[in-house]
Write a protein that binds this ligand. Sequence first.
Ligand code: HEM
Length: 235
Amino acid sequence: MVPLKRLFSSTLGRKYLMGASGMALVLFLVVHLLGNLTLYAHSGDAINTYAAKLESLGVGLVVLEVGLALTILLHIITAFQVTFSSKVARPIQYSNAKSKGGPTKNTIGSRNMIVTGVVLLVFLVIHICQFRFGPEMEDGYTATVNGVMVHDLYRVVVEAFVQVKWVAFYVSCMVFLGFHLRHGYWSAFQSLGLINHRWSKPIYALGLAIAVLLAFGFLFIPIYIYATQGGGGNS
Ligand code: HEM
């Protein structure tokens, strides 16, 4: 019990929790993006079938969603605690810090993690209200796939992304996501004590690749839907 208490109360323990929860969220994003790739299909059948399969998990889905919500909460709380305690410990920031060789970690992303994090939190609240708790079957959002009536999630997403304001919102937020992930990935490895001199460059490069792939992977979805579904409706 004591080690668990220390994990939550020491700066090192909080950094560890922040890094571990961040890694779990990257994993969620990879799975989420893979699921969202079904939006590139020419009809809504693929995403609607995928969503129906998730729904059919029943209690299992609730457990996964609660686990995800707790992981996000843990990440946010530890991020604020670590940022606040490092500001108290080091009131004068390393604003002019120079890299001592190897990849430069003092980037726009690293200096603004809390800003990009807060933007992503606002994004997440809007995003979940819009898509997860958006119009349901009882609101008439139904589709038939293989003779079975399912929730027409595709219509919910398309109705958003034919509006230029939502495309702009998602694209801008995904840029913030890219910056957050770029530094967050590196920082998580550091917090978990998994970086040594030999592996620092490849790990940094991998973090950059994951950030770019995830940010662009999500970013092109609204653009693609806007371009192919006759965007410009009620914007
Ligand atoms: C263009 C980009 C994105 C699209 C089209 C998209 C689409 C969706 C859709 C359709 C849902 C509802 C799923 C359902 O009800 O079964 C959803 C849920 C969700 N999305 Fe996204 N998403 C995008 C980006 C993101 C990003 C960048 C994040 C995180 C930073 C995110 C986090 C979530 C979360 C946490 C949920 C709720 C999951 C659940 O409760 O099952 N999404 N998204």
